[in-house]
Design a protein around this ligand. Structure first.
Ligand SMILES: [Zn+2]
Ligand SMILES: [Zn+2]
Length: 269
């Protein structure tokens, strides 16, 4: 890593259905990379909690309890997907285990498939805009609920709409809503995540991108976490150096990690 304080606060092990390496292998990679701090954040898709995640979440916690980082700071986290679609599950999970860090994410709208499975090329532009409107609204509801620390991969639908299907979306139409999200985050003392996975995918930029990071800062945003969203050891730390430079370009001097659900500011060095 090029930065002394490089931290990866969003990644997955085999405790996630789509993860590849065991937590201890992810830890070994984090140590090899000489990260300043590493937070493992396996999935809990709240709307599928009972049938698919309850057992996994318990297992992931047990595995994290065993991890010894030595000189590496190791934090225990979780990525809560769609908490608003099963608040009971979201609150039971975060109440049961003493996480350092909770990411709030939205991968699919209520009763709709993950954006990953949507054929954006076959949809008309109005349909796409209304899908995004619903996405912003559910994020605003999530912020009003407030049971998380950092908002994961804002603009996630673009990874598929623009990245995978090559359909350009006129984002000017959504600026106001996104600014509402930024103001709500600032008011609620929640962080915004810079998710660097888009840099190694067809999208070719972070979620959110530089322009939106600038807007967030202008809205008074100070808390920003950084995550590679790696699903294998090889991708761990991927794009974190670039993400730190991007934050500097957006005018930030510090970024955030979480310990025991409390933010800690670190220099972008
Ligand atoms: Zn996610
Ligand atoms: Zn993730």
């Amino acid at each position: 890593m090029k930065h002394i304080y490089a931290c990866d606060s969003h990644n997955h092990s085999s405790c996630s259905p789509d993860g590849n390496q065991a937590p201890r292998e992810m830890l070994a990679r984090a140590q090899d990379l000489r990260l300043y701090a590493w937070t493992l954040t396996d999935h809990c898709e709240c709307q599928q909690y009972r049938e698919r995640y309850e057992e996994r979440v318990r297992l992931a916690w047990k595995e994290m309890e065993k991890l010894e980082g030595g000189s590496l700071r190791v934090y225990r986290g979780i990525e809560l997907g769609q908490p608003m679609q099963n608040l009971e599950a979201a609150e039971s999970v975060t109440g049961q285990f003493a996480y350092d860090f909770v990411i709030g994410s939205l991968h699919n709208l209520q009763d709709k498939p993950d954006f990953y499975y949507m054929d954006a090329a076959a949809m008309d532009p109005e349909e796409l805009h209304s899908l995004l409107d619903d996405y912003w609204q559910e994020l605003l509801d999530m912020i009003a609920w407030g049971g998380f620390d950092s908002l994961g991969h804002l603009t996630y639908p673009l990874r598929y709409i623009q990245g995978e299907h090559g359909v350009r979306v006129d984002m000017a139409r959504h600026t106001e809503r996104i600014d509402d999200i930024f103001s709500a985050l600032v008011k609620a003392d929640k962080a915004l995540e810079v998710n660097t996975s888009g840099l190694r995918q067809k999208l070719g930029e972070t979620m959110p991108n530089l322009e939106l990071l600038r807007r967030y800062r202008r809205s008074g945003g100070k808390l920003v976490t950084l995550g590679s969203d790696a699903h294998c050891a090889e991708d761990l730390g991927g794009g974190i150096d670039e993400g730190m430079e991007l934050l500097k370009a957006a005018g930030f001097t510090e970024f955030t990690i979480y310990e025991k659900r409390a933010p800690k500011q670190l220099p972008l060095e």
